[in-house]
Ligand binder design. Structure first.
Ligand SMILES: Nc1ncnc2c1ncn2[C@@H]1O[C@H](COP(=O)(O)OP(=O)(O)O)[C@@H](O)[C@H]1O
Ligand SMILES: [Mg+2]
Length: 232
């Protein structure tokens, strides 16, 4: 479904004379449909860069990236929205609209896709059911706990029925209890048939998951194991 072939990403320095940063160095792997893959590594290892390449927010400096057999490394700007429709993204800091309710935060995705009100209302209620937040539909983000906010963000990432969910340190701001709940939820989404790619530096979490782990170190894949453990 997603395949990287010898992908490197080099950021040039923001100051003219500064050295470039090699964020990813000759990375190759593929992810099949209905896989759950964790991408682990220390801060700065290149996890976020990798996710940005998959949604074409950044372009590789070298190498090719395939999404459903289509090379996305050279997509034209107008082609990017079609790619994004296949993907849902979840961030560490939720990125909810503070002045929109839970319902509105989720409905928004379908509104910009031009869906009808009845369909929106049905789809939003479906995802609220999945994430267990039906009773929070009309609350604003400021009225929700961190765990609840992340569940809203996951519902929003899910509402257009993407083929893959990319989660970038989704539990980074959560306590252990809520971390566990979010991981359970991602696992449930995976079991419902969606591919999940989870970037994290949380060891315990990975050791609980017992699923495929790709380990990055200084931009290189140093390990790729089914039922992997977090070793650094
Ligand atoms: N826009 C950017 N410009 C320059 N350097 C960047 C940029 N984004 C990330 N980097 C650098 O690339 C490396 C990898 O960063 P990142 O992908 O964010 O790692 P991670 O998500 O694993 O913490 C780091 O050294 C980081 O400082
Ligand atoms: Mg990151």
């Amino acid at each position: 479904m997603i395949a990287l072939h010898q992908v490197s990403k080099i950021y040039s320095s923001r100051q003219k004379s500064g050295p470039p940063t090699i964020a990813l160095d000759n990375v190759s792997f593929s992810v099949d449909r209905k896989e759950f893959v964790s991408l682990v590594g220390r801060s700065g290892a290149g996890k976020t860069t990798l996710l940005k390449l998959i949604i074409a927010e950044e372009r590789p400096t070298k190498g090719k990236i395939f999404f459903d057999s289509k090379d996305i490394s050279k997509l034209k700007r107008f082609q990017i929205p079609y790619l994004r429709r296949k993907v849902g993204v979840v961030f560490q800091d939720y990125k909810l609209f503070p002045k929109k309710t839970t319902y509105e935060n989720i409905a928004y995705v379908l509104e910009i896709m031009g869906k009808k009100d009845e369909e929106i209302s049905w789809e939003v209620s479906q995802v609220l059911e999945i994430v267990g937040l039906k009773n929070r539909a009309y609350n604003f983000p400021s009225e929700l706990s961190g765990g609840e906010k992340q569940r809203v963000a996951i519902a929003r990432a899910l509402v257009h029925r993407p083929d893959v969910i990319l989660a970038d340190e989704p539990t980074g701001n959560l306590d252990p209890y809520n971390t566990f709940e979010i991981i359970r939820l991602l696992n449930k989404i995976y079991e419902m048939g969606t591919t999940v790619i989870l970037a994290t530096h949380d060891r315990e979490l990975i050791n609980i998951l017992k699923k495929r782990v790709i380990t990055l170190e200084e931009g290189k894949v140093i390990r790729d194991e089914q039922r992997g453990r977090f070793i650094l």
